[in-house]
Design a protein around this ligand. Structure first.
Ligand code: ADP
Ligand code: ZN
Length: 312
């Protein structure tokens, strides 16, 4: 039977139907801008599902959402950029309208499960997925099962603290991992290094030439072209990212870590030094036990991972 995944993003609802081998058979997408109530949002989700399902018999619908997702009660706690969202029982509402079983899941957990079943996590036993994006998200697959914890909120590794004297994170705490290794953090560390060096850097020029603010992408680009300040920033970033991966390896002893998100697009310039640094940081018995790989599924990872919850 076919399965359906819905990715509730910040700006759009993207829905796809997959067969059991993970091939995307149909896809539909609608913008969330202009939707005025939770009811309109739910109706729009139902419309996308009806568009992709056709006459197919559907085993289930997985819904991935950013933010805190209460999978146990089928509620998205702190709504995405959706109107009147608080406390809506999305799962029961969708099940009522569709007559199909529905599961809600956090988007990083969906991506973790998608990579484990169909992507860079295939064949591993315990896999941790990390997305280095605007923030840091993560999901845990332990002994072949998606581990979501006692109230479904497990895997917020972006908010584990690596420096209590660090800058304030969006969550209120100081020095969370995501304030050191997200794309946003890389750009901030670069700006700090530029201010300290007090010189004109190649990365600044790259950003100016594009007419956009300095971003993580420019830092990697400039470092590859010999910018010393950018290279030093990346050395710092690799150290912090390695510390985060070290914490993961020491906590879960996974045989695989899969890294996705915008920063992973930097490719080998990121992965080679990161793998070396992590191997150096971890305790001796862990050396050589964990493979660190870039994610394989791209834009549709949320759809694929949520749908894969119903693959048997
Ligand atoms: P979102 O957080 O909206 O899901 P992404 O996963 O694309 O977005 O992550 C965005 C971050 O990734 C930005 O900080 C951006 O600078 C960074 N990024 C995008 N492309 C690259 C690249 N090629 N190399 C390094 N960083 C990148
Ligand atoms: Zn935090």
């Amino acid at each position: 039977r076919a399965v359906i995944g819905v990715d509730l993003g910040g700006t759009k609802i993207a829905t796809g139907m997959l067969d059991q081998s993970g091939s995307l058979l149909a896809r539909s997408q609608k913008a969330t801008a202009g939707l005025k109530s939770a009811d309109e949002v739910i109706s729009t989700i139902v419309d996308t599902i009806n568009e992709v399902r056709g006459e197919q018999d559907i085993a289930g619908v997985g819904v991935a959402s950013p933010g805190m997702v209460d999978s146990k009660n089928g509620i998205i706690s702190n709504g995405v950029n959706l109107p009147d969202w608080d406390g809506i029982s999305l799962q029961s509402e969708l099940e009522k309208r569709l007559g199909i079983s529905v599961r809600l899941i956090n988007d990083a957990n969906a991506a973790a499960w998608g990579e484990y079943v169909y992507g860079a996590g295939r064949g591993s036993q315990s896999m941790v997925y990390v997305t280095l994006s605007t923030g840091i998200g993560s999901g845990l697959v332990l002994d072949g099962r998606l581990f979501t914890g006692s109230s479904s909120f497990a895997g917020e590794l972006g908010h584990t603290v690596i420096n209590p004297a660090g800058i304030q994170c969006g969550c209120g705490q100081r020095g969370c991992w995501e304030t050191y290794s997200s794309g946003t953090a890389i750009a901030r560390l670069a700006r700090e290094a530029i201010a300290e060096a007090g010189i004109e850097t190649h990365m600044t020029m790259l950003a100016e030439a594009e007419g956009v603010p300095l971003s993580a992408k420019h830092v990697f680009q400039a470092a590859g072209q010999g910018d010393q300040v950018a290279a030093e920033t990346l050395e710092q970033v690799i150290h912090y990212t390695g510390l985060g991966l070290m914490n993961i390896i020491h906590s879960f002893n996974p045989d695989r870590i899969v890294i996705g998100g915008g920063v992973s697009r930097a490719g080998n310039a990121f992965f080679e030094p990161l793998i070396r640094k992590t191997e150096e940081l971890i305790l001796e018995p862990y050396r050589g036990t964990c493979t660190i790989k870039p994610a394989e599924l791209r834009d549709d990872v949320g759809i694929i991972g949520a749908a894969a919850l119903f693959v048997d």
